[in-house]
Design a protein around this ligand. Sequence first.
Ligand SMILES: Cc1ncc(COP(=O)(O)O)c(C=O)c1O
Length: 290
Amino acid sequence: MALMRNQLTAFGITPVGFTDGIDRGKIAAAAQEALAKGRVGLIMLETPANPTNGLVDLQAMAAAADEIGAKQGHRPPVVVDNTLLGPMYQKPLRQGADLAIYSLTKYAGGHSDLVAGGVSGSEELVRKIAMLRGALGTQLDPHSCWMLLRSLETLGIRTERANANARKVAEFLRAHPKIAKVHYLGFLEAEDPRKQVFDRQCTEPGSTFSFEVKGGEAEAFAMLDRLKIMKLAVSLGGTETLISHPASTTHSGVARVLREEIGLTEALIRISVGIENPDDLVADLAQALA
Ligand SMILES: Cc1ncc(COP(=O)(O)O)c(C=O)c1O
């Protein structure tokens, strides 16, 4: 978001945001707004979104791209940041996306010891990106490539263990009297319009989600300060559980009105559950909340 709002505008690229990725009427309105500003170059989205786990309907996005393409003579590719759920539990290219991008720093790397990015899609699109990458000089260094290949050997088992641990942690939090809300995709109700999208796009809820403590920033900080096992850090997808306060860290640059619109409150805490013994994680949360 910072890249789009603060940097690309200097190159004449204007982002048009949308905060509801499920309602086709709202998606169409955002498409209209974008078309009114000029040629739509691409549709960029993140689902599930960090940190609220908001979902975007990829079929609806592909349909919107078709409609924009018919109107302006260029179909904007649909680009999905698939970092949060990771490649094991969501395959955007099979759901109508043209490109899936990853911060490989997270689940793929998995050990919080490398910084890398990846993109997958058709040969035609990826070749263009690779050529631009070559010209800009952002090739990954050999050591990080080697570490990444090592990490991919365990991606499946790390993802499965973290996913199972996350369910235990989410269930503990949901039952706790000091917790107001748990934004865990495994808890979507049958009548929730997001549930259909989740069932179509994702095979598991994953291990990064957020929850709200009762109260506000002071109560959230009080809990975070008392944790003994979980580390306070803003990355995600590693073997160790990381926990953070998005409103004052990763999302402090997002305007307050927009934060409020997407439900990113001062009481919101994001957790990326790791592969530790889940009983230790629950015990850590229990003592901190107490
Ligand atoms: C969903 C998502 N996409 C992309 C990024 C950027 O990743 P990196 O730190 O590898 O540049 C992050 C991490 O900050 C992220 O959480």
